[in-house]
Design a protein around this ligand. Structure first.
Ligand SMILES: [Zn+2]
Length: 324
């Protein structure tokens, strides 16, 4: 049996927006490296603060910390916005950032002033940014769209976690805001980037918002050789599918072993981080009965081969983000 604390792991989707020494201790105890993801969300501090915190971690323990930079959309209509953003991103990459994050405010929040339509990621406005990322071989981590449940009434949602989240955050619940572009439109806009920029390395955070169907993900992996995903905050949706289709989900992890990265999405929450690490490990490495707050009832671990685990937990993030 593989030993949890000796198996090298990368949490490819982690958030810590203020310095907390406990993460270095957890990293040493669990043989872990984090990729800290900067994000243009209002609950996060300013991008400058996030950048400084991420760099402080990297400086303190580069063997355990890495980070992905991002940019603020604020002022995007200002003609000088682009040059400022590209300058800052270049600087971040020089300082060691391993990618750039794009967030769901694009597609779900920001309006174009001329006709009040939503600014989507496939708008030609973003061409200079995407071209810059593609040309410089900078991986782009996209959290675009939301789980499909976001467009459904609470009682029709398939996940307890989604139900709780949208009950608590009605402002993000698209079902209540019919003006927000559809789920399908969000996915279409993201997919279009991979068609238009085949050299772009695109990682869909949170299972690329295709959490509800591993078959939809498989279709994209077959279609786009530049598409990868992280599991952060959405593993429960695959566990749910494995209740009814155990072999299908297990074979999905094996067949697309080079496309999927482990990630917790723990946000300033060391307890959530450690419990996720332990529970997820049990699901992936054993065939024992597992439980999750997201799912009613018990389900069985998928006991993946060791080589698949190495890719999922470590090798993919190292290769895709060029970690050293
Ligand atoms: Zn996140």
């Amino acid at each position: 049996m593989l030993e949890f604390d000796r198996f090298p792991k990368i949490d490819a989707h982690f958030h810590s927006t203020f310095y907390n020494p406990v993460y270095e201790k957890i990293a040493k105890d669990c043989h872990l490296k984090y990729i800290n993801i900067n994000t243009d969300a209002s609950v996060f501090p300013s991008m400058e603060v996030q950048e400084n915190v991420a760099l402080a971690y990297v400086k303190k323990a580069p063997e355990h910390f890495s980070y992905i930079a991002s940019f603020e959309m604020q002022g995007w209509q200002d003609p000088s916005w682009f040059s400022g953003v590209l300058d800052r991103l270049e600087k971040s990459i020089d300082q060691g950032a391993v990618g750039v994050k794009i967030w769901k405010n694009i597609g779900m929040e920001i309006l174009k002033p001329n006709d009040q339509s939503f600014l989507m990621i496939d708008d030609p406005f973003f061409d200079p940014l995407i071209l810059f990322l593609s040309k410089n071989k900078i991986p782009v981590l996209t959290h675009l769209g939301e789980p499909k449940n976001c467009w459904l009434p609470i009682e029709e949602m398939t996940s307890e976690r989604n139900k709780a989240y949208y009950t608590k955050n009605p402002e993000f619940h698209a079902y209540l805001h019919p003006e927000i572009p559809t789920y399908e439109r969000q996915i279409e806009a993201r997919d279009y980037l991979m068609v238009k920029y085949p050299d772009l390395t695109l990682i869909g955070a949170h299972l690329g918002s295709l959490e509800w169907s591993y078959k939809e993900l498989a279709k994209r992996f077959d279609q786009y050789s530049n598409f990868y995903v992280d599991l952060s905050s959405r593993l429960g949706h695959l566990q749910m599918q494995s209740v009814k289709d155990y072999e299908g989900v297990r074979n999905f992890f094996i067949k697309y072993a080079d496309r999927i990265m482990y990630g917790t999405d723990a946000y300033n929450n060391p307890e959530k981080l450690t419990s996720s690490l332990i529970n997820d490990w049990k699901y992936f490495t054993t065939n024992k009965h597992c439980e999750s707050a997201e799912i009613n009832g018990i389900f069985k671990g998928i006991h993946l081969p060791e080589e698949v685990l190495r890719q999922l937990y470590c090798a993919n993030a190292q290769r895709i983000y060029g970690l050293i």
